[in-house]
Design a protein around this ligand. Structure first.
Ligand code: KIV
Length: 323
């Protein structure tokens, strides 16, 4: 008997996991296959991160250009694919900085139009009132402090944050303010491990680390980074669990080679037909191009004319996957 699919992970369960010392697993995903793989692997939270700008949409070294409409589109595809993990939509740059009202409007779009369970937004300080406004409207918010890529230019690049005593103290204050505003969890990105441990012990809500050492309540990695789909330089905190870009390149090269040398498609990928039908088909089109290789070009031309155009109502020979 197959086990029934698990229902949605309840948000308060994350608090219980923190209390029990059970690590929370979060990963990013941007499409249905990725989301399904994550759910099947037992991931607790899927973040539809604005890293989509770089890993999906091809922007170089910045998350800033991704738009609300693009994030909603990606979030919808993830939401459609999963039942159990909490799906968090990441608010893109420009969607929440202007005012509490604008932030709330856009957070509502994530829930209403994309079906997200929660949203995440970057920063503390002035962003704390955004978090409060969104939570007060009934939408769960995940905070994000430390390296906040949307403000990378202000922060001097993609650099570790909270490395001085003052900066570390500010980071702790920021995380506490986010919790006070109602955030259900806080991402700590690229901060020294002792600072992340301190924040984790002071907060009641879980911390989710990325480049924040082992003592946060959970971990998050970007899907493309951990699977080896990202090529080029990776931050120190990324661990690659597979080398999929190599595998994909090899597979595509192999395919191209086989198309060019005629190895693909083989008999096993090819549809035939009954001999009698084939015979009837051949004699129904006269003169034939296939059986009259000795005929003139004129005859071949007229045969090809008699075969085309293909009736528009004819069903396609194959859909996207094999029958
Ligand atoms: O956008 C993203 O993927 C993120 C994670 C790196 C936390 O914010």
């Amino acid at each position: 008997m197959s086990t029934p699919p698990k229902g949605k992970l309840a948000l308060p369960e994350l608090l219980e996991m923190k209390r029990r010392g059970q690590k929370i697993v979060m990963v990013t995903a941007y499409d249905s296959p990725g989301a399904r793989f994550a759910e099947d692997a037992g991931v607790d939270i899927i973040l539809v991160g604005d890293t989509a700008a770089m890993v999906v949409l091809g922007h170089q070294g910045t998350t800033v250009p991704v738009t609300m409409d693009e994030m909603l589109f990606l979030t919808r595809t993830v939401v459609r694919a999963v039942r159990h993990p909490i799906v968090v939509g990441d608010m893109p740059f420009g969607s929440f900085q202007v005012s509490d009202e604008k932030a709330l409007e856009n957070a509502i779009r994530f829930v209403k139009e994309a079906g997200a369970d929660a949203i995440k937004l970057e920063g503390a300080g002035p962003m704390v009132s955004r978090v409060r406004a969104i939570v007060e409207a009934g939408i769960p918010v995940m905070g994000h402090v430390g390296l906040t890529p949307q403000s990378a230019t202000m922060l001097g690049g993609f650099k570790t944050q909270g490395k001085t005593a003052d900066a570390a103290a500010q980071l702790v204050e920021g995380a506490l303010a986010l919790e006070d505003a109602g955030a259900f969890a806080v991402v700590l990105e690229a901060v020294p491990a002792p600072v992340a441990a301190e924040v984790t012990s002071r907060l009641t809500v879980p911390t989710i680390g990325i480049g924040a050492g082992p003592e946060t309540d959970g971990q998050v990695l970007v899907y493309h980074d951990l699977l080896g789909l990202t090529e080029g330089h990776l931050p120190r905190f990324v661990k690659r669990y597979a080398s999929l870009s190599r595998e994909i390149r090899d597979a595509l090269e192999h395919y191209a080679e086989e198309v060019r040398d005629g190895t693909f498609p083989g008999d096993e990928h090819t549809y035939g037909m009954e001999d009698a039908e084939l015979e009837a088909f051949r004699s129904s089109i006269s003169p034939t191009a296939t059986s009259a290789s000795d005929q003139t070009n004129d005859a071949a031309t007229s045969a090809s004319k008699s075969l085309s155009p293909t009736p528009v109502s004819e069903p396609p020979l194959r859909k996207t996957s094999s029958p």
